[in-house]
Design a protein around this ligand. Structure first.
Ligand code: ADP
Length: 155
């Protein structure tokens, strides 16, 4: 059976931190599905089309990686795509506490799905979509925190 992992997130926008986690996980799984969670009550800065387009382009030469959007529970989407693993990155102890609660809840709903954590690379633990959005909102230069070729212009 193929080992498929779902890497869920908002990717609003994708950062070099996300790319690092996916690239370092390639040898662990047969397939990695990057799942853009669409939450109608959470307003994103960039459209789903833009986020999907960026991720598709960044990983276009990685056969194992695909990009999909989903709504609803992450574990339900895992079942839909046959993913037995949820991939998440850990930057800080705050991430750990937050992720622990989600992973344990997911496990109590679907005991056969394991969450796998990858620690952020040294130097990337401060990179987050939230900070990138703040830089952009305030007219700063955020391009070094996102993969090459990503057009961060709004609209
Ligand atoms: P969410 O909206 O669920 O917080 P994000 O799109 O911000 O999702 O991130 C998706 C995943 O990528 C999360 O597991 C997050 O911890 C991880 N991640 C984001 N930035 C980094 C980074 N710099 N280093 C390691 N993991 C990261």
């Amino acid at each position: 059976m193929k080992k498929t992992a779902l890497f869920p997130g908002s990717f609003d926008p994708v950062t070099i931190g996300h790319v690092d986690i996916v690239n370092r996980s390639l040898s662990l799984f047969d397939n990695i599905v990057i799942g853009i969670g669409v939450n109608s009550s959470k307003k994103s800065m960039y459209s789903i089309e833009k986020r999907k387009g960026w991720l598709g382009k960044v990983f276009e030469d990685k056969e194992k990686v695909s990009v999909q959007q989903y709504e609803g529970l992450t574990v339900d989407f895992c079942n839909e795509i046959g993913a037995m693993f949820i991939l998440r990155g850990l930057r800080t102890s705050a991430d750990f506490e937050f992720e622990r609660a989600i992973a344990q809840m997911n496990r109590s709903m679907h005991g056969d799905i394991e969450t796998v954590f990858i620690l952020s690379s040294p130097g990337l633990s401060a990179v987050s979509s939230t900070i990138v959005r703040e830089i952009i909102k305030n007219g700063g230069e955020a391009s070094k925190f996102v993969p090459a070729g990503i057009d961060l212009s709004l609209g």
